[in-house]
Write a protein that binds this ligand. Sequence first.
Ligand SMILES: [Zn+2]
Length: 255
Amino acid sequence: MAEYEIYALKYAGPFTSSGALLMWLKDWEENVKRNYYIWCLKGPAGPVIVDAGVSPKLAKEKNLGGYVNPAEVLSRIGVKANEVQHVIITHIHWDHSSGVSLFPKATFYVQEEEYRFWLKDPIVTRPVFKHFQDEASNAHLSSLEETDRLRLVKGDQQILPDIRCVLAPGHSVALQVVAVNTAKGTVILGSDCAHIFRNYREDWPSSLIMDLVGWMKSYEKLRGIVSTVDLLFPGHDLSMSENYPEVARDVTRLA
Ligand SMILES: [Zn+2]
C-alpha cells in the first residue's frame, strides 16, 4: 500500500474567541484560540492539497490576522501551488475554499451535494448562509463546472491511490474528510468535522452546526476508519502547529 507524508500549513491566526464558538453551548467565559490551515499530502500521487485556504484579496477585505498567502507557505516545503494537480475541498466555507485561484492547474474534488447546495440553492442568499461564503471563489469554481478541473464526488470514494474522500456531514451539508494511508496507519484529515481535538475527545461539536444528528453520526463513522483516535485531525487546533515537528516556518509534519 502506498504511504503518504502529511503536513499541516498554517496560513492565518491565531484568532481568539469565546470557548463556546468551538464547544457548542459550553465555555462561554473561557477564551480559546484557533489557527487556519491547509494540508499537504506528499506521496505517489504527487503533492495533494487539502483545502485551498484564503485568497490574498479576501484576506485583505477581512483584514485576516497573521495571514500568509497559502501558496507562499507551500513553497517553504518545495511545493509550487501553480503546478499542483490535485486539491480536495473539504467544504465550501470561505476559510477552506476561497484560495482556489491559487491553483490554476489543479483538479478540485468537492462533494456533489456540497457544491449543489452552496452554488445552486437559493436559500444560500440568506445572511446566515452568506456569512460562510466568498462569492469570488464560488464564481471561480462555477466556471470550472463541466470541465476536467472540477470533480464532483458522490459520497465515499477513493479518488487517488490510497486517498479516500469520506462524507462526514454536520458542520456543512456534505463536508468530506480525507482518509489517507501513512507510516502511522490510516489518518483522517477531518477539517471542520471537528474544530479542535477536544470536539472528538468529548464527543461534542462546535457551534457551527447545520445538522447535529448527522454530525454525531459522522464522529462515529470516522472513529471506525482511523487506526487510532489520535490520527483523527481537526480543522483549526493550535496544537497542530505546536505539538508536531516543525519542518519549515508555519509547517509541521503530522504523519
Ligand atoms: Zn474552518
